[in-house]
Design a protein around this ligand. Structure first.
Ligand code: NAD
Length: 299
């Protein structure tokens, strides 16, 4: 892996974090977005990341300033990718927007440039042809709050070149991620392929009135040694997100239990301002949720 220059396309929630983390680890990063207004927002977002790096990673003010100074901002795509070794795409999760973007990018990027998508739900093979360089394209998927939730799922599609796959794995490690290679395409990658069924099963136990959230979480925690149960995880994800996912699933499958679970989240929690850990109220009350109490797991 000989990457020096990285361009991050899309500077929203994830793009700003990816750009800053990459710069924090010493790379020259160009941030690209559709216009200067979007880039101004990105600058604010990235400024707000500094205290997190100081608090969570023990970085000094100088470290965080130096990382910021390795960032350049550009709303002209050809200029933004002119000498890029790698472009990481974090633009909206909309098929047409991504397809158009890859068509344009394929036309203006140098032949050496590798493209990686941070898409959460779309597969790289959907866009491989529009890139014009399918062998230099794959998925590189990060988690929100990348500096501490430092997973990088690297997923190849059938046409990805082996050397490109290995280079991106090495790059992910170089920016402080735990690199998790996926040898084949898998919707939801590894993490969500495991997590989503667990969270859905927990919600179904609740709507069937089998047990309350604390009992369900306690079962999982005692039975597997996990530090959090599914309802504590839902509080971290945020109940609005869980509601939107549940509602979409209910509509797609016609499954009445998904619908009931979504309604329960809305009526009992979201409408009462209980959105999860961010609002200090969800299935648990924070900062001292009952599952963290020393007696919670005792006989
Ligand atoms: P976001 O809406 O916060 O940001 C999207 C950014 O893309 C905005 O700054 C927007 O101006 C910009 N944009 C729109 N069209 C563009 C274009 N044609 N070219 C360049 N930039 C363009 O979105 P997000 O939450 O950061 O998600 C971005 C991607 O990352 C999605 O594919 C999403 O699935 C994925 N992702 C998100 C999360 C998350 O927790 N938010 C986690 C992992 C992966």
């Amino acid at each position: 892996m000989n990457f020096k220059k990285v361009t991050v396309a899309g500077s929203g929630v994830l793009g700003s974090q990816i750009a800053y983390q990459t710069a924090f680890k010493g790379f020259q990063v160009t941030v690209y977005d559709i216009n200067d207004e979007a880039l101004a927002k990105a600058k604010e977002r990235i400024e707000q990341l500094k205290p997190h790096y100081q608090r969570d990673l023990g970085a000094s003010q100088a470290d965080t300033d130096e990382a910021y100074n390795r960032l350049a901002f550009n709303s002209d795509l050809s200029q933004a990718v002119a000498d890029a070794d790698l472009v990481i795409e974090a633009i909206p999760e909309v098929v047409n927007i991504k397809t158009d973007f890859y068509t344009q990018l394929g036309n203006v990027a140098p032949a050496k440039t590798i493209f990686a998508t941070n898409s959460s739900t779309l597969l790289p093979s959907q866009f491989a042809d529009s890139t014009g360089r399918p062998e230099r394209f794959l998925a590189l998927h990060f988690a929100n709050e990348i500096w501490r939730n430092n997973t990088a799922e690297i997923m190849r599609h059938p046409g990805t070149d082996e050397a490109v796959f290995q280079d991106v794995i090495a790059f992910a490690k170089a920016i402080g991620m735990v690199a998790l290679p996926l040898q084949k395409e898998q919707p939801g990658y590894i993490l969500n392929s495991l997590l989503v069924p667990l969270l859905e099963a927990a919600q179904k136990l609740l709507v069937r009135e089998i047990a309350d959230p604390e009992t369900i979480d306690k079962t999982w925690m005692v039975g597997t040694g996990a530090p959090l149960g599914p309802f504590a995880i839902l509080d971290v994800v945020g109940l609005n997100t869980a509601y939107n996912i549940g509602l979409a699933k209910a509509q797609a499958t016609g499954d009445e239990e998904f619908k009931k679970a979504a309604e329960l989240l809305k009526n009992e929690y979201i409408d009462k301002g209980k959105l999860g850990r961010a609002t200090k109220q969800g299935f648990y009350t924070y900062p001292n949720p009952s599952y963290a109490h020393p007696d919670f797991l005792k006989p």
